[in-house]
Design a protein around this ligand. Structure first.
Ligand code: ADP
Ligand code: MN
Ligand code: MN
Ligand code: MN
Length: 337
């Protein structure tokens, strides 16, 4: 049977890029390794990636996953966007991430990313009543029961799909605001975690579509006294997994580049990192053991074991993992040379 390959790429929407995809039919039995899959193109003038009079952009397959929705031999194909001279398109953040990952490969960096997101239906977060607000936050986080949990059927279907696709999911949980959830990808290398996080986002939107629900990584989906949505980024190098001094050195290194990091951790970060709702203010850098009000948290188990990983709590839910993992790898590993 012919193979359906869903080519997925990141567009040029500003200030936050979005996912796009289209289907290519391949011959029965065609090889679906990234190297064997055909290069393809698209109309960049429809994705804010090219002017109309010179509109062709190139899609190059970089990672392939079994398609859990269509099944059979069908595949999801994560692509990077190139210019027609085969150099990275200005919106292609993967290329720079690949360079840094390669440069510091001997540090063996690993990332686990906690992707928070919010379901919407009829213009309001799932679980919010018409024209008003639900009971205040308190029981929704990791809750159970129809008065506390909204959208679990979508979450379960998404988790199943990620596992079938081979996305390295490490867990899911209901979050602090009704209709808000989280899934975690990793620990994986910078490129693997980033490719897989983008594919997991695509699967989330695609599966929620079946339930007539939309999902968003908007970082502050409801103004006021409601938690924002982040993408806590857990990080370790080989040295950090073996000792505590490198853990502290990593925190200190991140402190020296705090402004550059925050500026690239997702649009609208000032509205989320206010100092309230389990965040540190975006203007101040801090780190501490078990501290969910710090920029960087050292998990208590890590302080006990004197080795492990750190959690950068600053990235927004709408961050680009290619950018965040590149910055953290570069800052921490450069300081450790
Ligand atoms: P939280 O307590 O902050 O909610 P989670 O359990 O949601 O933490 O997420 C922790 C993440 O850290 C997981 O994705 C996990 O895979 C990842 N992680 C665990 N060990 C490491 C490590 N050594 N390096 C990088 N990430 C790690
Ligand atoms: Mn978490
Ligand atoms: Mn969370
Ligand atoms: Mn966390």
């Amino acid at each position: 049977m012919a193979i359906k390959a869903e080519y997925i790429w990141i567009d040029g929407t500003e200030p936050t890029a979005r996912l796009r995809s289209k289907t290519r039919i391949l011959a029965d039995g065609a090889s679906t390794t990234p190297a064997d899959l055909p290069i393809w193109g698209f109309d960049g003038s429809s994705t804010n990636q090219a002017p109309g009079d010179n509109s062709d952009c190139v899609l190059r397959p970089v990672a392939v996953y079994p398609d859990p929705i269509r099944g059979g031999d069908d595949v999801l194909v994560m692509c990077e966007v190139l210019l027609i001279d085969m150099t990275p398109h200005p919106t292609n953040n993967r290329a720079a991430c690949a360079e840094v990952a390669e440069k510091f490969a001997d540090h063996e960096p690993l990332f686990g990313i906690e992707q928070e997101y919010t379901f919407f239906k009829d213009g309001r977060p799932l679980g919010f009543p018409v024209g008003g607000f639900p009971a205040p936050q308190g029981f929704y986080y990791c809750g159970v029961g129809a008065d506390e949990v909204f959208g679990r059927e979508v979450v379960e279907a998404h988790m199943e799909a990620c596992i079938e696709a081979g996305v390295g999911l490490s867990g899911i949980n209901a979050e602090v605001m009704p209709g808000q959830w989280e899934f975690q990808v990793g620990p994986l290398s910078p490129l693997e975690v980033s490719d897989q996080l983008w594919v997991a986002r695509w699967l989330l939107y695609r599966i929620a579509e079946e339930f007539d629900i939309s999902a968003t990584v908007e970082p502050k989906p409801v103004k006021g006294d409601w938690n924002g949505a982040g993408a806590h980024t857990n990080f370790s190098t080989k040295a950090m997994r073996e000792g505590y001094d490198p853990i502290i050195a990593a925190c200190e290194a991140l402190g020296t580049k705090a402004e550059e990091h925050v500026k690239n951790y997702g649009h609208g970060i000032e509205d989320r990192l206010t100092g309230a709702h389990e965040t540190a203010p975006w203007t101040e850098f801090s780190y501490g053991v078990s501290n969910r009000g710090a920029s960087i948290r050292i998990p208590w188990q890590v302080a006990v074991d004197k080795k492990g990983y750190i959690e950068d709590r600053r990235p927004n839910a709408n961050m680009d993992p290619y950018v965040v993992t590149r910055l953290i790898t570069d800052t921490v590993c450069s300081a450790a040379l």
